[in-house]
Design a protein around this ligand. Structure first.
Ligand code: NAP
Ligand code: MG
Length: 486
């Protein structure tokens, strides 16, 4: 049971309590920030090659512990083991990427602005960075912030989600290669530990991934303190399938993009628009493929789809599906808790048709294994529907028509456009969203810049009076030279 000081951690596949964590409050946060501020003063001046060595060491340790970390993550988060093995690989790769990038992204020089002048552009750290992450990709999303923040010379305090703190806590050992205080991990509720971090005046930057609602709340607190905030919020990604596509491939692509991690991915495909002439055939293929997917424990190697993270999240999915059905939608697959699983927060992968944009399932983030499909007549219509969302995270397109590809990527309001390869990230490719998704970027050079502030040093080697100084419009009165006494 949850108390003021302790939070239980559940296995979402069995509903059993597997551990408990402390709910750390303002005093612990204050102690951590003070230690972090001290560590920052040294860490920021650590030579780039030493920073690189330590960041590579983190990657090496993640690879070494992948199996144990992935197992723990499946136990607390529910995601299939093989997906968590992948998550460890991507996380390790992110530390390697920023280990190298920081070596030559420390600023630039503009020589000879005028013959006696130069400009130095310095990229400096902010100080103490608070990193607040959700439970769906706890290690990856933490890495996307911590690796660039450290590479930029900041000290970092991490607050994992209360549902998935155990795998993150294993990083106390992984991060012990850094000097004391450079990276710390605090556990607890968002409203307690998270908010104390956000409000602490010693924290200079808050890097947050999570819901729109909490993101807005954090942004308001940061605005009061004029504190830098980095936001990666929700999404309602569209997936457009054109009639020239290979339908067997496109059906599998849509299923994966909709059901990966039980639909609990910020870039899950949550609205599918398919060209009318192929709609019937496409829907037939995706329905039979969806029915063949195996729902169960993430530790079973045959499981495709694990449990959801908790009952409130499952209830929200149920509510979206039921409201759609009341308004005329049809369930062609799933739409219920799997009857063979009495325990755990499971929900069958679900295909809906007869959906429209006045239904919640086509507007709000569902964050569950639901694939609502709507046929389109004209490609322009599919683009208009794609942009009909408050969010602008990712979008997907299946076509071999290069004209359509160009039209699509130029017109869509989204931070990532995937063409014929859904949901593939790349360390060097910036990730983030337009509109209510928050506007920040992770990965790539942009992901490092988020944790750097820019200082311009304008340097003249000579001291001389400039013609644009005072006095204006008058001859300068020169001090009369002393004349010899006559
Ligand atoms: P959430 O409720 O917003 O929680 C995210 C994190 O914020 C958790 O660590 C949470 O702590 C903490 N938190 C909650 N209230 C807080 C407060 N008042 N002050 C400081 N921290 C606070 O999000 P969620 O529902 O768990 O996660 C799913 C959401 O994340 C979805 O909307 C999804 O789209 C979004 N997401 C976005 C991206 C992206 O890159 N754009 C990636 C993944 C997920 P506790 O949970 O421990 O209380
Ligand atoms: Mg939460």
């Amino acid at each position: 049971m949850k108390t003021a000081n302790k939070i239980p951690v559940l296995n979402p596949a069995t509903e059993e309590v597997i551990s408990e964590i402390p709910n750390q409050g303002p005093q612990e946060v204050d102690r951590a920030v003070t230690l972090s501020q001290r560590a920052f003063e040294k860490w920021r001046w650590t030579p780039a090659h030493e920073k690189a060595e330590l960041l590579h060491e983190v990657s090496r340790r993640i690879k070494e512990k992948t199996q144990d970390l992935a197992k723990l993550l499946t136990e607390e988060g529910g995601k299939p083991f093989r997906e968590n093995v992948d998550e460890m690989g991507w996380s390790a790769s992110c530390f390697d990427y920023y280990a190298e990038l920081q070596r030559n992204k420390r600023g630039r020089v503009i020589p000879s602005v005028e013959p006696s002048q130069l400009s130095l552009i310095l990229k400096e750290p902010y100080g103490v960075v608070a990193t607040i992450v959700p439970w769906n990709y706890p290690i990856l999303l933490m890495s996307w912030k911590v690796a660039p923040a450290l590479a930029a010379g900041n000290a970092v305090i991490i607050k994992p989600a209360e549902q998935t703190p155990l795998s993150t806590l294993q990083f106390r050992e992984i991060f012990d290669c850094f000097p004391s205080g450079v990276v710390q991990i605090l556990t607890g509720e968002g409203e307690t530990t998270g908010e104390a971090l956000v409000r602490h005046p010693g924290v200079s930057l808050v890097a947050f991934t999570g819901s729109l609602e909490v993101g807005k709340h954090i942004a308001k607190i940061c605005a009061e303190q004029v504190k830098k905030v980095h936001l990666e919020l929700g999404g309602k990604d569209a997936f457009v399938v054109c009639e020239d596509s290979d339908l067997d491939v496109a059906a599998k692509a849509v299923a994966w993009a909709s059901f990966l991690n039980t639909g609990q991915v910020c870039t899950s495909a949550e609205r599918i628009y398919v060209a009318e002439p192929i709609a019937k055939e496409f829907i037939g293929k995706i329905v039979s493929f969806t029915k063949s997917l195996k729902v169960g424990s993430g530790m079973d190697p045959e499981t495709d789809i694990g449990p959801m993270i908790g009952e409130p999240y499952r209830k929200k999915v149920e509510a979206h599906v039921q409201e759609a059905v009341k308004r005329g939608a049809k369930i062609l697959a799933g739409g219920r808790k799997p009857p063979h699983l009495s325990k755990g927060f499971f929900y069958e992968p679900t295909v809906l048709t007869g959906v429209d944009h006045d239904m919640t399932v086509m507007k709000d983030e569902t964050f569950g294994p639901v694939c609502p499909i709507k046929p389109f007549k004209k490609f322009e219509e599919a683009i208009r529907w794609t942009n009909d969302s408050i969010y602008g995270l990712g979008v997907n397109l299946y076509t071999r028509d290069t004209g359509k590809v160009k039209q699509f990527y130029e017109k869509v309001e989204a931070g990532t456009v995937w063409i014929n390869d859904p949901l593939t990230d790349n360390d060097a490719g910036p990730f983030g969203g337009y509109k209510a998704t928050g506007g920040s970027r992770e990965l790539g050079e942009e992901g490092l810049e988020e944790f750097q502030q820019t200082k311009h040093v304008h340097w003249d080697f000579e001291q001389k009076v400039k013609p644009w100084w005072y006095p204006y419009g008058r001859k300068e009165t020169t001090v009369p030279k002393k004349t010899k006494k006559s």
